[in-house]
Every structure is written in structure tokens, then in C-alpha cells.
Design a protein around this ligand. Structure first.
Ligand code: EPZ
Length: 426
């Protein structure tokens, strides 16, 4: 099993390209099921989860052609053609590897009138139910039953527009209902819709495919259903979480890097929190310049749905705060178990105490490298960030977590001066 080996202490300098957003790609791919014409996605990140989604689409009968690209290129172009759906079942062995598979439910139900998708089950960061997805689709007329670990959904007469009012913000449920509503008869109103930029990206792509959506970027989406959508070519937005992660890396390591393809606006609430922590940002023609001004300062931050501070940045901010002056208070309000990076950071000398949903991070003078275990995608990035500043060698095990969400991480960090490499583990 591969490991990432880091020897800390190097400052970073140079340009680091930001890839297409994982969480946009994973909802744009299933959108291809809504039409029998090809959907071409540009700037698709090379990630394990994108590959897994491609296999799932193939399983359903869609073809996925990747246009040739040089090995050194980041991202790629993929054309998904769902001319004929030959299966409406998303099997357990794929869904268990990638929860985002549940996002084929809405489009497949809208296109074929039937869909059988394995229930995703929980994951490391929480039990992650899908009740809001199911209630939302039922509001559009879907008949849903749960049997032997599968969601069996039917809409024999097609979906009918309805009113969905989510009791809590859910990115995935908003995406599933939004895609289904595009082919439902009549008008659908989604209230308390998630407003993450990846949903704006999805809605913009759907409009390019002929969908009629208003309120994009707001908590009220209004969709006038169409009989069919057509193909399109669409470029995936830049990954705001990858950009924020590398901003934390530059801040803890010192030096100055430029994040290619990123800008201040992309970072959302992460920008203000990191500026408060002592990180300086500047938009430049080459991308977003990031450097630590002087020392790092403790901050207080609670995760929240967009436009709040993203839960997907919590672990990375925590790693940065292990070296900040003072005590930071971080509160995780979205997932119930998103502190598994804490004991691993503690092995490196971090001083963190968790009380329920909150963690107090007291800055320490130095971290020491250690062998550590990645437990989930963003936790593994927090260990890399800490390793860049730790004295000595850090080995991050189970890097398959990293490969799900960070395209060629070690190459990107090597190119700006980090002493980092991928080694085959014991
Ligand atoms: C998406 O997950 C992202 N994944 C997550 O990113 C991200 O952390 C999350 O949104 C929040 O921003 C993708 O886009 C592929 P939710 P999703 O539905 O859609 C509860 C990463 O690291 N909930 O907004 O699953 C749920 O348990 C990943 O890139 C229900 O109760 O998140 C959670 O507490 C991790 N019932 C909260 O809502 C439901 O039916 C937010 O979940 C659905 C969700």
C-alpha cells in the first residue's frame, strides 16, 4: 500500500495548478444521464472518484471517451454518451466505494422511470443518511422502497413537478432533486436548496443542456421541466477545497506560491478565516498568490453550508492552527465524526482537545514527523500539511484516501519545492 513520505522544513515557492473540482465533477457526470446526446466535460480532474464514476456510468450503458492528453497535463476531457441506458441498477460494489454514486438516482429515475441504487451506507465521517434525497424525489411523484440495502425507485408515468422544502441544507439531495426536476412535467420549486458553488456549476451546465432553471445560487431554485435535454460541452469549475488546502500548505511551510486557476472569490469564507490567521492573498494574472505574512494567529471558526466556512476545509485549517500562536476554537457542525485527524496530528506533537463538536487547538513551537494514518480524504490532507512543517520525516499511510480528491498531490508539491514523494509502503 503506497505511502506519502515528507521531510518537513522546506519553504514553498512557485506556481501550483488547481484542478477541476471533485465535487462538481461528481455531480456533472450523472447529469449526462439526462440526455441521449453526448455531454463533454473539460477540466475534469484525474481522480480515483472520477474513474469510479466513469465505471458506474459504463455499468449503466453509457460510454465514456477520454480525449488524449499528455501525461504531464492536469485534468482531461471526457465525453459521456448515454444514448442507451442498458441497466438502471447501481450495484453495491461500486456504491460502497463512492457515496456520490447516489447522484445517479435522480437523473436515472427522470430518464428511465425506474432506478435501483444501493444505499451508500455510512462512511468514516458520519452515517450520512439519504432520507432528504428520497423525500425530495417522492415530492416529484417517485414511489420509493428500501429493500435488502437497495433503494428501488419508480415513476412509471414520469415525474411531476412539485414543491420540495428541505428541513436542512443538503448538497447531494439538492443535486439529485435538481437533476430530476429538469425532466419532470411542470414546475418544481426547491426551498432551502444548498448554494455551494458546485451546485451553481451543475445548474449552469444543465441550462447549457437546455434546462430551464431560475434562482441559481440562491436557496430557492425554480425549474420548469422539459421533455428532453440536449448535449453540451462544459468546463468543470476550479476546486475551491484543493485551493484552500494548498493555501494552508503554503501558510504552514512559509514562502510564496501562486495557485494557477484560482482567485480570492473561489475561496469563499475560507479566505477571511485564513487572512485572520495571518495569510496574505493577492489576485494576479498567473493566479492566486498566497504567502504567510509573519507569524500565524489562532482563529475561531465554525463550519457551515455555503457561504459559511466549509466543513471540507476544517481538517486542513486545524493542521495549520497547530503552529499558530494562541488557542483556536474550531466547531464542526455538519458531520458528526470529522475529527479523526486529531489523534494523528497529536502523534506529531499537536496540542488539540476535542469536546463534542468543538476542538481547541493550542499552537506548539514545533511538530515532529511521524508515521501517521489517513482515515478520510480531508484528514489525510491535514496530515500532509502538518508534515510539511514538521521536523523530520512523516509517512502518511493509506494514501488511497488522498487519491480520491487530490490530483497528483506529490507532483504539485514537489514542483514548488516540498521534499515529498510517493513510496510503496510495507
Ligand atoms: C457533499 O456531500 C460533498 N460531497 C462533501 O464533500 C461535503 O462535505 C458535503 O457536501 C457538505 O458540503 C460531494 O459533493 C461528492 P450533505 P453530501 O448532503 O452531499 C446530512 C469531501 O471531502 N444529510 O450536504 O453527502 C448529512 O448527514 C466530501 O469532498 C441528511 O441528514 O453532504 C450531513 O450531516 C466529504 N440526510 C449534512 O446533511 C440526507 O438525505 C450535510 O450533508 C442528506 C444529508
Amino acid at each position: 500500500m503506497d505511502q506519502i513520505r515528507i521531510v518537513g522544513g522546506r519553504t514553498l515557492k512557485g506556481r501550483l495548478p488547481i484542478s477541476g473540482a471533485k465535487n462538481a465533477a461528481l455531480t456533472l457526470l450523472p447529469a449526462a444521464l439526462l440526455t441521449d446526446e453526448p455531454l463533454t466535460l473539460r477540466n475534469l480532474p484525474r481522480l480515483a472518484d472520477v474513474d469510479t464514476f466513469g465505471h458506474l456510468l459504463n455499468q449503466l450503458g453509457a460510454s465514456t471517451q477520454v480525449q488524449g492528453s499528455r501525461p504531464e497535463d492536469f485534468g482531461r476531457v471526457m465525453t459521456v454518451s448515454a444514448g442507451r441506458i442498458t441497466s438502471t441498477t447501481a450495484p453495491y460494489d461500486i456504491v460502497r466505494k463512492m457515496r456520490a454514486s447516489i447522484l445517479v438516482l435522480g437523473p436515472m429515475l427522470a430518464r428511465e422511470g425506474v432506478a435501483t441504487v444501493s444505499q451508500p451506507g455510512g462512511c468514516a465521517i458520519g452515517n450520512r443518511p439519504i432520507d432528504l434525497h428520497l423525500k425530495g424525489l417522492e415530492a416529484l411523484g417517485a414511489e420509493i422502497e428500501l429493500t435488502s440495502g437497495y433503494v428501488r425507485a419508480k415513476a412509471p408515468k414520469g415525474l411531476v413537478g412539485g414543491h420540495v422544502n428541505f428541513p436542512m441544507v443538503s448538497v447531494g439531495a439538492t443535486e439529485n432533486v435538481l437533476m430530476a426536476a429538469c425532466l419532470a412535467r411542470g414546475e418544481t420549486v426547491i426551498d432551502n436548496a444548498a448554494r455551494e458553488p458546485e451546485i451553481v456549476d451543475l445548474a449552469t451546465c444543465l441550462v447549457a443542456m437546455g434546462a430551464d432553471i431560475s434562482g441559481i445560487g440562491t436557496e430557492r431554485l425554480v425549474i420548469q421541466g422539459k421533455d428532453r435535454l440536449h448535449g453540451a460541452t462544459y468546463a468543470v469549475m476550479a476546486d475551491r477545497i484543493e485551493a484552500g488546502s494548498y493555501a494552508c500548505a503554503a501558510a504552514i511551510a512559509g514562502g510564496e506560491i501562486v495557485l494557477g486557476g484560482a482567485n480570492k472569490a473561489l475561496l469563499g469564507a475560507s479566505l477571511g478565516i485564513l487572512e485572520e490567521a495571518g495569510v496574505a492573498f493577492a489576485d494576479t494574472p498567473q493566479g492566486l498568490s498566497v504567502q504567510r505574512k509573519n507569524g500565524l494567529h489562532a482563529v475561531t471558526a465554525s463550519t457551515a453550508p455555503w457561504p459559511g466556512f466549509p466543513t471540507d476545509m476544517q481538517a486542513q485549517l486545524m493542521a495549520l492552527m497547530t503552529k499558530a500562536e494562541g488557542a483556536s476554537l474550531l466547531t464542526e457542525t455538519i458531520f458528526e465524526n470529522r475529527y479523526m485527524h486529531v489523534p494523528e496530528l497529536a502523534r506529531m506533537g499537536a496540542d488539540i482537545s476535542v469536546r463534542g463538536r468543538s476542538a481547541v487547538v493550542r499552537g506548539v513551537a514545533a511538530l515532529t514527523g511521524a508515521p501517521v494514518m489517513a482515515t478520510d480524504l480531508r484528514a489525510s490532507m491535514s496530515l500532509v500539511i502538518a508534515g510539511l512543517a514538521a521536523e523530520g520525516e512523516t509517512r502518511v499511510n493509506r494514501v488511497y484516501h488522498l487519491d480520491r480528491g487530490y490530483e497528483r498531490l506529490e507532483e504539485k508539491l514537489q514542483a514548488v519545492g516540498a521534499d515529498i514523494e510517493r513510496v510503496s509502503g510495507d
